[in-house]
Write a protein that binds this ligand. Structure first.
Ligand code: ADP
Ligand code: MG
Length: 477
């Protein structure tokens, strides 16, 4: 087809069609199935799309093709059919750039390249992209905020940081795997992302795949169901660097663990780098087989310790500077003293204070800080117990507290139970297995499922979301 205007029109139509489809099928399905598609041409009344694998093509054809056709005809009445071809090389230059309002120089370079390539890309010949842009339907997009340059180093994390840098800068594989572990909100994901950025920056031809263990599991289970594990295996075994975040979630899932073990061994044998993170050390991972634990222990294990006052203060100073926020030292010191749980909460607190003072147009002082954060400060003073959560939630939904422990599976009790598990995860520092035990000895995967379910429901049902939010406030306040 002609270049220029036609190409623009084609891309515009695709944009509209895919946006509509996204609204219908939701963000997750969109990310999984539609985003990897690229539009290549219009031939007569037919639109040609390409997708990276047969498996994906079959799925999209089975589930979305008819709707795609309808939507496209709605945009352009001259279109009567949509054809999807497999093109393993089809790249997704927009992948990392979308929604990426990065203000960092290092990432800007990349997004620039990506944007230029996207602009000059005629769609059909998207072949020779650098490896870090390689079209991949599984890996998660990297977070542009998470660079080494934005990671504040202190006693509790200096070892993990040094190990991460070493892996990111090495030409060969210095240790395999690198296993980073530490509590929630202490910077594991930040370091993982930094490594990925750095590797891609240094050598764009290396393919880096970063994803969460949950996604790995979910994909694997689905591939099993679809009887299509070959594509799944290929996708993992062809990367140079595999990074899996939060591997504690693999515990207890035997088939997934088995697959993970094989993937792991295959990659290590080929001299590919593996980087993992978890909330516990390999030896402490629950429900993980011994042979896997010992493999995980073979490389370098680096832990991130709880923050110290000095580190918290340094992080606050760095964040305030990045936000161009003029924060008096007393305020930062106060926050560093009071909010000791983790960096994520610390960051959240600073953001809240900043947003509030900007909105109201008041100076940032110790008084305003205390005022704005009174709920958070109180929550940090006094932690809720699981028993309190169960009692409150039971009252709210009008069920008996004993139903929190019972085996009854009717939705009228199962749903409140899930809400209580969700809140227990959010408001206490208990681990998933500990929470499971408090709910009649349930498995940690049940708790995990509950957390996910409630998250999903909150996304789709605003009344439900309000209920949960209300409960959360009551429990915190
Ligand atoms: P984890 O994956 O360990 O739960 P994250 O990496 O998501 O934690 O970190 C939570 C938040 O805290 C992120 O926004 C991250 O940028 C920030 N953070 C954590 N540690 C540091 C640090 N040392 N310097 C700067 N920011 C940090
Ligand atoms: Mg994380």
């Amino acid at each position: 087809m002609n270049q220029g205007r036609d190409e623009d029109q084609l891309q515009t139509e695709w944009y509209r069609v895919s946006s509509r489809l996204k609204a219908e099928i939701g963000e997750t399905a969109f990310e999984n199935w539609v985003k990897p598609i690229s539009v290549t041409a219009i031939e007569g009344s037919e639109v040609r799309l390409s997708i990276p694998s047969r498996f994906m093509r079959d799925w999209v054809e089975a589930n979305y093709l008819d709707r795609l056709k309808e939507l496209w005809t709605g945009e352009n009445s001259g279109i009567h059919s949509v054809q999807i071809r497999i093109s393993p090389k089809s790249k997704r230059p927009a992948d990392e750039t979308e929604g990426d309002n990065s203000n960092s120089a290092a990432v800007e370079n990349k997004t620039q390249t990506a944007a230029t390539e996207a602009a000059t890309n005629d769609g059909a010949t998207a072949a020779n992209k650098p490896g870090w842009l390689a079209g991949n339907d599984i890996k998660a997009p990297l977070d542009p905020r998470f660079l080494f340059s934005k990671f504040v180093v202190g006693k509790p994390n200096e070892f993990a940081y040094a190990a991460a840098r070493r892996v990111a800068e090495a030409q060969s594989v210095p240790f395999n795997p690198l296993f980073l572990y530490g509590g929630v909100g202490l910077g594991k994901t930040h370091l993982m992302n930094s490594i990925a950025w750095e590797i891609q920056q240094r050598d764009p031809s290396r393919t880096v795949m970063y994803l969460s263990a949950e996604k790995f599991m979910y994909r694997f289970v689905r591939a099993l169901r679809e009887q299509n594990t070959v594509d799944f295996k290929d996708q993992f075994r062809s990367v140079d660097v595999l990074m899996i975040d939060d591997v504690q979630f693999i515990g207890g899932r035997d088939a997934t663990q088995e697959e993970f073990f094989h993937t792991f061994n295959a990659l290590v044998d080929q001299g590919r780098q593996i980087i993992l993170s978890a909330d516990k050390s390999p030896s402490d991972l629950e429900g993980v087989e011994e042979r896997l634990k010992s493999r995980l222990n073979c490389g370098l294990v680096a832990d991130i310790h709880a923050t110290t006052y000095e580190l918290r203060l340094a992080i606050l100073e760095s964040k305030a500077e990045q936000m161009q926020l003029e924060a008096p030292r007393t305020v930062l010191e106060f926050l560093a003293h009071k909010i000791t749980s983790n960096v994520r909460e610390l960051e959240g607190a600073l953001n809240r204070v900043a947003a509030h003072t900007q909105l109201i147009g008041r100076d940032l002082t110790l008084e305003t800080t205390q005022e704005v954060l009174h709920d958070l400060l109180r929550a940090n003073d006094r932690r809720v117990t699981i028993e309190e959560i169960q009692k409150r939630v039971a009252e709210h939904f009008n069920i008996r507290v004993s139903d929190m422990h019972s085996a009854r599976r009717a939705r009228s009790v199962a749903r409140p139970r899930q809400v209580a598990m969700y809140l227990a995860k959010q408001l206490t520092s208990r681990s998933l297995p500990e929470i499971g035990r408090k709910f009649g000895g349930r498995d940690h995967t049940t708790v995990m499922h509950a957390v996910k379910k409630v998250d999903e429901l909150c996304d789709h049902d605003s009344t439900f979301a309000e209920d949960v939010e209300l409960l959360r406030r009551m429990l915190e306040g």
